[in-house]
Design a protein around this ligand. Sequence first.
Ligand SMILES: *[C@@H]1O[C@H](CO)[C@@H](O)[C@H](O)[C@H]1NC(C)=O
Ligand SMILES: *[C@@H]1O[C@H](CO)[C@@H](O)[C@H](O)[C@H]1NC(C)=O
Length: 247
Amino acid sequence: MYALFIVSSIFLSFINGGLTIDCPNIPSKWCETKEIAQACGVTEQCTTYVWKTRVENELVNLSIYYETLCPDCRQFITTQVWNTYQSILDIVNITFVPYGNAKELYRPETKLYQYYCQHGAEECYGNLIHACVINFYPKTEEHMPFIYCMESTDGDIETVATQCAQKSTIDYDQITACTHSRLGNQLQHAYAVQTESLQPAYQYVPWITLNGEHTEDMQKQAEKDLIGLICKSYKGSDPPAQCMKNL
Ligand SMILES: *[C@@H]1O[C@H](CO)[C@@H](O)[C@H](O)[C@H]1NC(C)=O
Ligand SMILES: *[C@@H]1O[C@H](CO)[C@@H](O)[C@H](O)[C@H]1NC(C)=O
């Protein structure tokens, strides 16, 4: 009876010991696995300095061609893209291309492009604001909350943009200056060129590409379950837990 008790408590402590991971004394081992990093309290540092370089060229490249006021674009960005951003940002490289069905005309007298948008001048202004925000805040973590906020809020563009900038700590004076500058015009032109040179040519917005490719099937899946689509496309090591239930 006594012996059985000893055996079972040894067995129990063995199980517990197997579950608890100790932080090794040698710093070079700290980023070896996610569990070790967590035990050492350096998950953030490992993610930024060590793992990032390892997985960078494995990230799924997702580009979203859209215009700020189209209802389907707003729907897609505030649901599918936002959920993707919140759950699997570590395996996807999200690129926004704010232009969509806009048209441009070069004005030699000012050496500026003039823009015409499907949903009017307000939309052109919205696209320009997004272009400037992405330029000054190029990291997804910096511009995505702003883009999400604008796409999920109704109202006058200037008012909405000001409010969203405040919420996402974007310097709105810098953005306003950009929208009135030659730089803003050039950024918009670059998005025009990028949109017009899509292969195959886009037919509607929002329009996505995954690693530079677009198919009808991919687009349909993206609108239903973007997380699932990206998880399926991810060929890198160590897929995140969020992908497991999707596979
Ligand atoms: C993310 O996408 C942008 C635009 O396509 C590209 O320039 C950049 O190199 C990509 N970054 C990574 C880490 O793949
Ligand atoms: C994503 O784009 C970057 C930059 O163009 C490239 O280096 C990387 O290989 C691409 N990722 C995939 C999975 O194709």
